[in-house]
Design a protein. Structure first.
Length: 354
């Protein structure tokens, strides 16, 4: 859920969000509309999670964010934050409401050059100041890091930074060409980066690395003949993303806020007008671009030897990398974050099979 589009006080150069400089706030009526079906689902699954994300959820303010959370019952709330606004009052808020925390930081200071403030200054000092507050208050946190230049020579420094940061896990996103980020950076050493990162993790496995675990879980499923446990054997998670205005985008949160002459605004509907349960159950009829996307997934299955691991490229990557088409196949995202990942981790495993 998107409590606000504003990403104060950062203005990262690789950000894909179209309205990150505008403070559009989610009205409480949107949260109330979502909470109805979500509360019922949470009764059946106590692990149910509501993630507040994109722009900066803390920029909505404590009072407003509390009002958005109030209608929900029995769910785990999580915020994905740049940590720049974290102070003692926010830490108290997070503790009192038992909110999970994900922090966005890209590694050591010299690997955070794309994360800058709206005034153009390095954001690293304000991010780490916020992380220090989390640690002082004993608040556990996970990390998402964006890597713009996957350099194998820096993989160990990158991993050891997070190993010493105090986080529980790190998710590594190779910078993607999507949304308003039109940069096309070279990722020729991606496989070597993943291989070196795997070596660094194996030498000191004190935190979980999301991507390495994905490869290991896939290998485990293959070796134990659990076909249903592989990405290709699983149904696509609809991952409903509710934008600030109530619009619901399925599968790819990165499509929220964009409009295409041919495909429309990518939404399946709006929770202020239609129950979320209905939007999900009637997704195929209400989301015309899904049919084109499924054709792309079928094309991947027929042509790509990595399909069992990948399960098919995400809609946003296809759309932004293939000139507005959803039925293309391989993308730069595939090459750097799926194929190179698989090759890098398995290459390390083969070299250390003893």
């Amino acid at each position: 859920m998107q409590p606000t589009t504003l990403c104060q006080p950062l203005d990262c150069t690789y950000c894909y969000l179209p309205f990150r400089k505008y403070k559009h706030l989610m009205p409480p009526a949107v949260a109330e509309a979502v909470a109805g079906p979500v509360n019922a689902w949470a009764e059946a699954d106590p692990r149910f999670e509501v993630v507040w994300h994109g722009g900066e959820p803390l920029a909505a303010g404590r009072e407003h964010l509390a009002a958005l959370m109030t209608p929900f019952h029995g769910v785990k709330h999580t915020v994905q934050t740049n940590a720049a606004l974290l102070d003692d009052a926010w830490c108290t808020f997070l503790l009192e409401k038992e909110v999970g925390v994900g922090v966005s930081i890209d590694g050591p200071a010299d690997m955070n050059t794309h994360r800058i403030t709206s005034a153009g200054h390095p954001a690293y000092p304000v991010i780490t100041r916020g992380i220090d507050r989390l640690r002082r208050h004993g608040i556990p946190f996970d990390v998402i890091a964006v890597v713009s230049a996957p350099d194998p020579a820096r993989a160990t420094d990158f991993y050891e930074f997070f190993a010493g940061l105090g986080c529980r896990s790190v998710g590594v996103n190779i910078e993607e060409h999507e949304g308003v980020n039109t940069a096309r950076r070279e990722v020729t050493q991606a496989a070597e980066f993943w291989e070196a990162l795997t070596a660094a993790w194996q030498a000191n496995p004190v935190i979980r690395v999301r991507e390495i675990n994905r490869v290991l879980d896939f290998a485990r499923a293959v070796l134990t003949a659990e076909e249903a446990a592989t990405p290709a054997g699983q149904a696509w998670d609809p991952l409903p993303t509710v934008a600030y205005d109530g619009g619901v985008v399925l599968v790819s949160p990165e499509l929220a806020g964009f409009h295409d002459v041919r495909l429309g605004d990518f939404t399946t509907g709006n929770v202020l007008h239609t129950d979320l349960t209905v939007l999900l159950s009637e997704a195929e009829e209400r989301t015309p671009w899904l049919a084109e996307f499924w054709r792309g997934v079928d094309a991947c299955k027929a042509t790509c030897s990595y399909f069992d691991f990948c399960g098919g490229a995400h809609p946003a990557n296809r759309y932004f990398e293939h000139g507005g088409r959803m039925d293309g196949t391989r993308t730069r995202y595939c090459a750097a974050s799926k194929i190179a990942l698989f090759e890098g981790v398995t290459r390390h495993a083969h070299a250390h099979s003893h």
